[in-house]
Design a protein around this ligand. Structure first.
Ligand SMILES: *Cc1c(COP(=O)(O)O)cnc(C)c1O
Length: 374
């Protein structure tokens, strides 16, 4: 039986084999293994890619990017311990942990049923007098942005932080606070992840903070470097969170192909959308998405049957995510409003294969298999 793998990172990176080896060799021969030119180049390449006058600061991973943004705003006096941060409840746990570990209070809200994302329309009624920030998560690659969110960011004094870990290269339908449409330039600051499975994946951990706020970028840079504002002088209680030059060099190479790589994902999802025709399977509609995941919904308690059926036909799937953060043991102490839609989603969602390992012919075959599910 033919097998349809969900993701094969070796096969995906084989496409970039020569460039990745050249990048690694550059770093090996440079003798510079922390910081330096490769990092400066990648930060410049990334900020040019995002646009909107943004600066990029490389760091250890996507979680650190979120945590560093929150810590920097605290050092800048824009956030205080105990302040509330609105977060969509159906996110990856890293979003919630960054808030908790910064000493802030997550305020979980159910996402919009149509987009599975947070919107300003949903966030606005959840605001309390202690709410100082929100993290909009561009889940599955789909921009979580609307007029109301812009209004919260510009007129209501709410710090809007983008968790753009899954959405590099995506564009919102309406511009953000500096008139740019690109995800990562919409709110006050954004966090990116270069975890190997992400749309721009490193060969290890990596992340970046992106913002047009020079003071925020400087503070993030200092906190990420043990809190040092100049040599042998430590202004903040900092951490060590660096993007390794070997990853920066490789990411600069892969970034050149990112628009094409995102297009290849879009082709596959468009094909799924036009071919999947089964009343039990609801396909997503997310204009502007870069399709980190293509997530369909199977209701009536049939999700696990659907996954078993696909597996028995050689189709590997995944679930992002089967247990929402507020149901995890480490966060069981959190108080939150009822989150019925988040819990429904967790029981209904399935991610289909869309990576470079899945050919357009594979998509046609998988769609036919899905259409035979009863
Ligand atoms: C991957 C991811 C993160 C964390 O990124 P890491 O690089 O793994 O630390 C945060 N938020 C979301 C939505 C993610 O998908």
């Amino acid at each position: 039986m033919k097998r349809y793998p969900f993701l094969d990172l070796a096969e995906i990176n084989a496409r970039y084999s020569r460039q990745l080896r050249e990048a690694a060799t550059r770093v090996i021969d440079s003798g510079r293994y922390i910081g330096g030119e490769e990092n400066r180049d990648f930060e410049r390449n990334l900020s040019a890619f995002i646009g909107g006058g943004c600066e990029a600061v490389g760091c250890g991973n996507g979680y650190d990017a979120l945590f560093l943004i929150l810590k920097a705003y605290m050092e800048m006096g824009r956030l205080t311990i105990g302040d509330e941060v609105i977060i969509p409840a159906n996110t990856f746990i890293a979003t919630v942990l960054s808030v908790v570990n910064a000493g802030l209070k997550p305020l979980l809200v159910d996402p919009d049923p149509g987009t599975m994302n947070l919107s300003g329309k949903i966030a606005a009624p959840a605001l309390t007098p202690r709410t100082r920030a929100l993290i909009t998560v561009h889940l599955y690659g789909s921009p979580a942005w609307d007029e109301e969110m812009l209004h919260l960011a510009t007129d209501k004094g709410i710090l809007v932080i983008e968790d753009a870990a899954q959405a590099i290269g995506a564009s919102a339908l309406n511009a953000g606070i500096n008139g740019n449409f690109a995800v990562g330039s919409l709110g006050h600051a954004a966090a990116f992840s270069f975890y190997p499975t992400k749309n721009l994946g490193a060969l290890g951990d990596g992340g970046a903070v992106v913002s047009s706020d020079a003071e925020l970028c400087r503070t993030v840079r200092q906190i990420a470097n043990y809190g040092s504002d100049r040599r042998n002088h430590y202004r903040y209680l900092g951490v060590n969170s660096r993007l390794d030059p070997i990853h920066a060099a490789m990411l600069s190479e892969k970034l050149k192909d990112l628009p094409e790589a995102n297009n290849r994902r879009r082709q596959r999802t468009t094909l799924y959308g036009s071919l999947i025709d089964n009343p039990l399977v609801r396909t997503p509609y997310n204009p502007g998405s870069v399709w980190h995941q293509y997530v369909v919904r199977i209701g009536s308690g049939r999700r696990d049957d659907f996954r078993d059926y696909l597996a028995s036909n050689g189709v590997e799937t995944d679930v992002h995510y089967p247990v929402p953060p507020h149901r995890q043991p480490c966060l069981s102490y959190l108080t939150h409003p009822p989150l019925p839609f988040t819990e429904t989603l967790a029981s209904e969602i399935v991610s289909l294969p869309i990576s470079d390992c899945t050919s357009l012919d594979d998509v046609i075959e998988i769609s036919a298999i899905i259409n035979n599910f009863k």
